[in-house]
Design a protein around this ligand. Sequence first.
Ligand SMILES: [Zn+2]
Length: 77
Amino acid sequence: MFRKRLTDRATAATVPVEVVPTNPEFTSLSYPDCGYTADDNRKSQAVLVCHSCNYRANADINAAINILADGLSVTGR
Ligand SMILES: [Zn+2]
């Protein structure tokens, strides 16, 4: 349902938008620069702290960065 609505909106957009499905699994548990993924990286619902490199971020923003990186790797941009 969400994907259809998103695709419909992307198709209707004035500026072309490409929808790239990605796997959201572990996106809030890993830091994209070092790639370390672990359940205990998630200190709380809101905070990610990487136990490999000590990177600290909002978990949702970090997940969005990972999803963007996955999408860009598919499109080659
Ligand atoms: Zn790290």
